[in-house]
Design a protein around this ligand. Structure first.
Ligand SMILES: [Zn+2]
Length: 213
């Protein structure tokens, strides 16, 4: 038998005797009645940008889908292959019937950086990161960057935000998302988290750029 890493065992012991005890009733209710989160959050795998920590939420409150660079693929790219992101999206929208989908980018995103530094060596022969982050092409556009009106940002900072807008646009490519938006039962949101200052920005669709919350 291979025991879990020490860090996880320590954390679990703290959780079990602390938070779980305090919220035992809530866990039992969630186990009994099932989950009913009203918000889906699409975030990055980055260990520094954990949505549950940033938004201080408890069990059952948000349905989180994390992937490299918090990307939502376009529906037309999903006809073949296996699709963790889209499966989670389909379940959140049609199964859980969430009322909000939030795409959250973050500062110093390694996925965005890997795309910008296109001379970087692939991490394997298959270059899965390269293929996945090629989706950022649609967001890497000077016209989009200009619309953000954030001259203080570098290429990565602009792309981190532009890619959030791109993912929001891609969400519209799914008919089940469009249908729920048309019914007024689903709304989309964009945000960006700064891991060094803890500041959070939201996307203002009307103004086409991000502002601090
Ligand atoms: Zn990231």
């Amino acid at each position: 038998m291979v025991q879990l890493p020490e860090r996880l065992l320590t954390g679990y012991a703290n959780f079990k005797s602390g938070r779980f005890e305090i919220e035992r009733g809530r866990y039992e209710k969630l186990a009994d009645k099932g989950q009913n989160p009203r918000i889906m959050l699409v975030g990055c795998c980055d260990s520094r940008a954990a949505p549950e920590t940033i938004f201080d939420v408890g069990p059952g409150e948000i349905f989180v889908m994390r992937n490299v660079a918090n990307l939502v693929p376009h529906a037309t790219s999903q006809d073949t292959g296996v699709h963790g992101t889209t499966a989670a999206l389909e379940f959140a929208v049609n199964g859980l019937k969430v009322e909000h989908i939030v795409v959250m980018g973050h500062g110093r995103c390694g996925g965005v950086k890997a795309y910008v530094q296109d001379d970087a060596e692939p991490l394997s022969d298959s270059d899965y990161i390269g293929k996945w982050s090629a989706q950022l092409q649609g967001a890497d556009n000077p016209i989009r960057f200009k619309a953000l009106n954030r001259p203080e940002l570098d290429h990565c900072g602009l792309l981190e935000r532009s890619s959030v807008i791109h993912s929001l646009e891609n969400l519209y490519s799914y008919s089940f998302v469009r249908d729920r938006i048309a019914l007024g039962t689903l709304s989309l949101h964009g945000s960006w988290f700064d891991i060094s200052t803890g500041e959070l920005e939201y996307y203002d669709e009307e103004k086409g750029t991000f502002f601090k919350v």
